[in-house]
Write a protein that binds this ligand. Structure first.
Ligand SMILES: O=C(O)CCC(=O)C(=O)O
Ligand SMILES: [Fe+2]
Length: 200
């Protein structure tokens, strides 16, 4: 496994590992997750209306790792043995430990994720976020919040993208939609949550 070069010019730090997991393992994992998880419909509040997204998600984490996202509070689902195994790999790649993971399922190129940064208040802002991609290769882009510089990279099957602080402070990111016919993709972002006060 080796790192390859895409980098942010300023105000952040990323590392891209094209083959964090080998292709065979990545395919087996994709199939297990695709069929084995209880995928939920994502909802966003738009112009005061709840819109159901085609994209699906699963929120996994240690007890107490509740996540408020797009106005909805999400209690964590427990870790499975394969998710714990992947968490270990990603902890090794990122050199950091994680207590939660957001999985997103994009059925095709019509589904993506708009510009945002992962800077919710329950996230430990000193910790990296480690993203693992499985399935179709898709384009992912960073845009600087003030000068709008944009950097894009293709996230390949089995690749890891680590976003270190202060990337989320200065850069937004997006999973771009595409008109190219592409198959499904699962993305897992391993995160470090500061558990809600009721749990501490
Ligand atoms: O699908 C991806 O690669 C990105 C997902 C993402 O940005 C997120 O879950 O916050
Ligand atoms: Fe994100």
């Amino acid at each position: 496994m080796s790192e390859s070069e895409p980098q942010l010019p300023q105000d952040g730090l990323i590392a891209y590992w094209p083959a964090a997991i080998d292709a065979h393992e990545a395919t087996a994992l994709f199939n297990q997750l695709h069929h084995g998880l209880d995928w939920q419909s994502d909802q966003v509040l738009m112009f005061g209306k709840q819109i159901i997204m085609k994209r699906k998600f699963v929120w996994i984490g240690d007890p107490g790792c509740t996540y408020r996202y797009a106005g909805i509070e999400r209690a964590p689902n427990p870790w499975t043995s394969e998710l714990l195994m992947i968490k270990k790999v990603m902890e090794h790649v990122a050199n950091h430990s994680f207590n939660a993971c957001l999985l997103n399922l994009y059925h095709d190129g019509d589904e993506g994720m708009g510009w945002h940064s992962d800077d919710e208040k329950e996230l430990n802002c000193q910790a990296p976020i480690a993203s693992l991609s499985l399935g179709a290769t898709r384009k992912f882009a960073f845009r600087h919040k003030s000068d709008k510089t944009t950097i894009s990279l293709n996230l390949e099957h089995g690749s890891a993208l680590i976003m270190y602080p202060p990337t989320q402070t200065y850069w937004s990111h997006s999973l771009l939609k595409t008109k190219r016919p592409v198959g499904p993709r699962i993305n897992m972002t391993f995160r470090s949550i500061v558990p809600a006060s009721g749990y501490r």
